[in-house]
Design a protein around this ligand. Structure first.
Ligand SMILES: Cc1ncc(COP(=O)(O)O)c(C=O)c1O
Length: 391
């Protein structure tokens, strides 16, 4: 074998652990895996023997993360995708066909609404929007062609809680399946499959990863045609990079700690905000005046990490709050270890008319907090500084 620099670089290195067992999971960035012979290649590609071939069909870091996500949700199998949206898109293209019908919650994340209305319509799949908290409206909307009902465990930004068991019954009675977007809850706060949902999707980008440096999604199922979903994933290319899967799997080790700490902090912030004269409403599932308080007690472990409140002074007050609370920076996302805020009227719901926003109870003075794991004193002081400026 030649020792020329170009030949050395081209030579593949085997994992250099010398047969020892590393504590940290190895990262396997390879896009392709060697086939020993044509027979072996055929067996791998037809599923007669287990193993990796090409990373769009699966790779070790994706499989490791998928296994942990399935366990976290008490599911049979999880699929990891390159973003939360790709998880929803995978469900759409794998499970539905032209002529099928969808029923979705009106309060879904904006891009999810776009996917299930506009993009689905391009594939000949029509959609009815409902108030997911109005079971009668949901029952009226499902019909013979309905294949999927889609809701969020905790909705954005007004944090309504979905009655997953009742919605699953409605879906199943119509021969449809229930898919729950659990991003605002996390598997620590709620495991929708345990309550009767058929599929759960989560944006790993948010609190599951929690460090603002990964964009991934998961689609988890109790039982389903897993081969169909796998085939759709490999064919449409809804894949996830080894590096991001590796990072997210590493972060899972602290998920429960992060969610519990953020939840305790969120409860303290919600209680403090509820006592402020310049605050007209505070929405948090852990507060006694939450419209779904009993359901939240039954379904959720704690109230979650999101708190939404409305300032009586409208947009001017919101702007003063944001400027006076630099310790809670304005990032239009959620689920980070640091507390951040967003202003729904100018971000997630900017595409709606003011009247449509009012109907959803989103006002110009509404601020959505994603509570982090800092000390409660730090977060409360930052909120107080913001409130002092709204005067
Ligand atoms: C509730 C909800 N679902 C899905 C998504 C999409 O996730 P991603 O940004 O990872 O595609 C988001 C993103 O903000 C979200 O808030």
């Amino acid at each position: 074998m030649s020792n020329r620099p170009d030949d050395i670089c081209a030579r593949p290195e085997r994992t250099a652990t010398g047969g020892s067992d590393p504590l940290a999971a190895p990262l396997c960035p390879s896009t392709v895996y060697r086939c020993e012979s044509p027979d072996h290649a055929e067996q791998l590609l037809t599923g007669q023997v287990e193993g990796y071939v090409y990373s769009r069909y699966g790779h070790p870091n994706q499989l490791q993360l998928a296994g942990k996500c399935a366990e976290l949700h008490d599911g049979e199998r999880a699929f990891i995708t390159g973003a939360g949206m790709a998880g929803l898109a995978l469900a759409l293209v794998a499970l539905l066909e032209t002529g099928d019908h969808l029923v979705i919650g009106r309060e879904l994340y904006g891009r999810s609404l776009q996917l299930f209305t506009k993009e689905a319509a391009r594939l000949g799949i029509d959609c009815t929007l409902v108030d997911a908290n109005d079971l009668e409206e949901v029952k009226q909307a499902v019909g013979d062609r309905t294949r999927l009902l889609v809701v969020e465990t905790i909705s954005n930004p007004m944090l309504r809680v979905a009655d997953i068991a009742a919605l699953a019954e409605v879906a199943h009675a119509a021969g449809a399946r229930l898919l729950v977007d659990n991003t605002f809850a996390s598997p620590v706060v709620c495991r929708p499959l345990v309550h009767g949902a058929d599929f759960v999707m989560e944006s790993i980008t948010k609190i599951v990863n929690g460090h603002g440096d990964v964009m991934l999604g998961m689609l988890v199922a109790r039982e389903a045609d897993f081969e169909r979903i796998h085939m759709a994933q490999a064919t449409w290319g809804f894949v996830a990079s080894p590096w991001e899967c590796w990072l997210a799997a590493r972060g899972l080790g602290t998920l429960a700690l992060r969610v519990e700490r953020a939840g305790t902090n969120a409860q303290a912030v919600a209680e403090m905000l509820a006592a402020q004269p310049g605050v007209t409403t505070v929405r948090y599932p852990g507060l006694d005046d939450h419209p779904d308080r009993d359901l939240a007690r039954e379904l959720l472990q704690g109230g979650g990490y999101m708190v939404t409140f409305t300032l009586s002074g409208g947009r001017a007050a919101a702007e003063r709050f944001i400027a006076a609370a630099p310790a809670i920076p304005f990032y239009p996302s959620l689920g980070d270890i640091c507390t951040t805020l967003s202003h729904p009227a100018s971000t997630s719901h900017v595409g709606l008319t003011p009247q449509e926003r009012e109907q959803l109870d989103i006002h110009d003075g509404t601020i959505r907090l994603s509570i982090g794991i800092e000390s409660p004193e730090h977060i409360l002081a930052a909120v107080e500084a913001g409130l002092a400026a709204t005067g």
